[in-house]
Design a protein around this ligand. Structure first.
Ligand code: C2E
Ligand code: MG
Ligand code: MG
Ligand code: MG
Length: 284
């Protein structure tokens, strides 16, 4: 009986897996045309100085509106795009679009762009970034490239060379999702990062959980020791922000200060003009 039950379970999983594989293949196929068909757009999330509350820059986040499925999360489609190499075309579009947009802002705020492992290991990537900076006229120091540790480990020597060449162009490199990858500490020593972004899983309830608080304090100490500014991701409550301020965290990003939104929503920061609408939380 146990055996036949086991087999039934196996068939069930097999069938389910078939659906998942088909689904994935469909998304993979549709992703190839998503940019050309105008289904991709960027939203922007403010990054603020914790001390002053001022907006210091924005992170560009990719959105895909599938014609039948509606919005598909980047957490779902980015890994698929990475496996199929579609990420190269998509990533190039993101870089061009984000730099083009930021270059139009009268205020010289920074623009952070997420870059995947496949891009970092592409032999054309550094040349592409250089060309985009020239073409858009964006001052290189305003561009920040966000990479995760997993983007670096498959070929660390090559990754190091790429990061050095990118820095030679004048831009900055942020380590994204710090604390969730592996051998974080040795990566901090080996790669020329300019900023640490603490993953939101450590920021959530940092004000109420002693262990989380201890971890965040030690990352902030690490940043101080290495001379690297630290940004806390995923700040949702005043209590979390209060903790970060008391511990002298440099910068923060999260729903509390602003959700990823179309850039027009932030015109008062990018252009220093429009007034925030009624009921909106005022950013300094
Ligand atoms: P990430 O780079 O770590 O981006 C932060 C994610 O946290 C974003 O999710 C953002 O919407 C979300 N977030 C920000 N503040 C809060 C908060 O207060 N609470 C909560 N619960 N979430 C918050 P999103 O936009 O769904 O992106 C997910 C991931 O997809 C990104 O993580 C990044 O790894 C990847 N991604 C997004 N856009 C791109 C892109 O253009 N290129 C590449 N290669 N990856 C991208
Ligand atoms: Mg990021
Ligand atoms: Mg992150
Ligand atoms: Mg992430």
């Amino acid at each position: 009986r146990a055996k036949s039950e086991g087999r039934g379970t196996y068939r069930f999983f097999e069938a389910r897996m078939g659906v998942e594989v088909r689904e994935r293949r469909m998304l993979e196929h549709d992703l190839r045309h998503a940019v050309a068909r105008g289904q991709m757009h960027l939203v922007y999330q403010p990054q603020t100085d914790v001390g002053s509350g001022e907006v210091i820059g924005f992170e560009a986040l990719l959105r895909w509106k599938h014609p039948e499925r509606g919005f598909v999360s980047p957490a779902v489609f980015i890994p698929i795009a990475e496996e199929s190499d579609a990420i190269l075309r998509i990533g190039e579009w993101v870089l061009r679009e984000a730099c083009r947009e930021a270059a139009t802002w009268p205020r010289p705020l920074s623009i952070a762009v997420n870059v995947s492992a496949v891009q970092i290991h592409s032999p054309h990537f550094v040349g592409l970034v250089h060309e985009v900076l020239l073409r858009t006229g964006l001052a290189p120091h305003r561009l920040e490239v966000e990479v995760t540790e997993t983007a670096l480990i498959s070929d660390p020597n090559r990754a190091l060379l790429t990061l050095r060449q990118l820095k030679a162009l004048g831009l900055r490199i942020a380590m994204d999702d710090f604390g969730t990858g592996y051998s974080s500490l040795s990566n901090l020593r080996s790669f020329p990062f300019d900023k640490i972004k603490i993953d939101q899983s450590f920021v959530r309830s940092v004000d109420s959980n002693e262990q989380t608080a201890a971890i965040v304090r030690s990352v902030l100490g690490l940043g101080r020791g290495l001379g690297l500014p630290v940004l806390a991701e995923g700040v949702e409550t005043e209590a979390e922000l209060g903790f970060l301020a008391a511990e002298q965290c440099h910068a923060a990003q999260g729903y509390l200060m602003g959700r990823p939104s179309p850039i027009d929503r932030f015109a008062q920061h990018t252009h220093g003009t429009a007034q925030p609408g009624p009921g909106e939380r005022k950013l300094a």
